[in-house]
Design a protein around this ligand. Structure first.
Ligand SMILES: O=C(O)C(=O)[C@H](O)CO
Ligand SMILES: [Mg+2]
Length: 251
């Protein structure tokens, strides 16, 4: 069975952020991720994760917080300086939090110039932080209109073209379903380059149960594929988080 992490930006939001760690550990998660941890001192987050016995699995490049700001700038021509200073800020956080991955967010841009800009910035980031795992994640255009990376094949193409050992795919069942209608087929096609998995129910983004996707079958497929990464629960709980955790396999 894979190792499961709780996305504390979306789960346990009934509690203040610093109390979500212990709640996640008590529920049986072994790790946590926070999309934009920049509002809180990295040292405090790190101490709290360690105290709860949790690995810190993933964070995103800024924007500064969940509620405000664009989802990154990496594909935006003319915003290279902003991208680079944001990336360095993420690295400063990461030097304390030690996440397994940093998700580099593409931002809002289209066309060949955006593709070139994204590739250039990814190459720069992969060179700048060769010992940090980096991911890119296609987001569905209904939720993120205009976001540059909305295509798994394009993500795979970029990863191959850049060829950096520390750059891989972030595969999210919810986005894969919304983009293609067949998340399992996306997984089969891109399992080899996937470094981080996020799960959310399809077609809604609630608990990973029922719906049109076989989650237990997916977890078994992850094991068969030799996937060694984490599986993070990234969804909007239908009611209280703890009440919807029947899907979480217990160690
Ligand atoms: O929306 C998602 O699925 C993500 O993982 C992003 O990191 C959100 O910005
Ligand atoms: Mg995701």
């Amino acid at each position: 069975m894979p190792r499961f992490a709780a996305n504390l930006t979306m789960l346990f939001t009934e509690l203040p952020m610093m109390e979500r760690f212990a709640a996640a550990a008590a529920a049986g998660f072994q790790g946590v991720e926070i999309l934009f941890p920049y509002d809180i001192a990295a040292r405090d987050l790190s101490r709290t994760a360690i105290a709860a016995g949790l690995d810190f699995v993933l964070m995103n490049t800024p924007p500064p917080n969940w509620t405000g700001g664009a989802r990154g700038f990496a594909a935006e021509l003319g915003r290279e300086e902003r991208f680079r200073s944001d990336f360095d800020r993420a690295l400063r956080f990461a030097s304390v939090l030690r996440p397994r991955h940093i998700h580099i967010m593409a931002g809002y841009a289209q066309g060949p110039e955006a593709r070139d800009t994204f590739a250039r910035n990814l190459r720069w980031a992969a060179d700048r932080a060769p010992h940090v795992g980096l991911t890119i994640e296609p987001l569905n255009p209904a939720d993120q209109p205009g976001y540059f990376l909305a295509d798994f094949d394009l993500a795979a193409e970029l990863i191959a073209e850049i060829g950096a050992p520390n750059l891989g795919l972030q595969f999210d069942t919810y986005h894969a379903h919304r983009i293609t209608g067949d998340a399992m087929a996306v997984w089969r096609r891109h399992a080899g380059i996937t470094r981080h998995v996020q799960i959310g129910g399809v077609p809604g983004r609630h608990e990973p149960v029922g719906g049109t996707f076989d989650f237990p079958g997916f977890f078994a497929a992850l094991d068969r594929s030799g996937y060694k990464g984490w599986v993070s629960a990234e969804y909007n709980p239908a009611s209280l988080t703890a009440e919807g955790l029947g899907w979480l396999p217990q160690p």
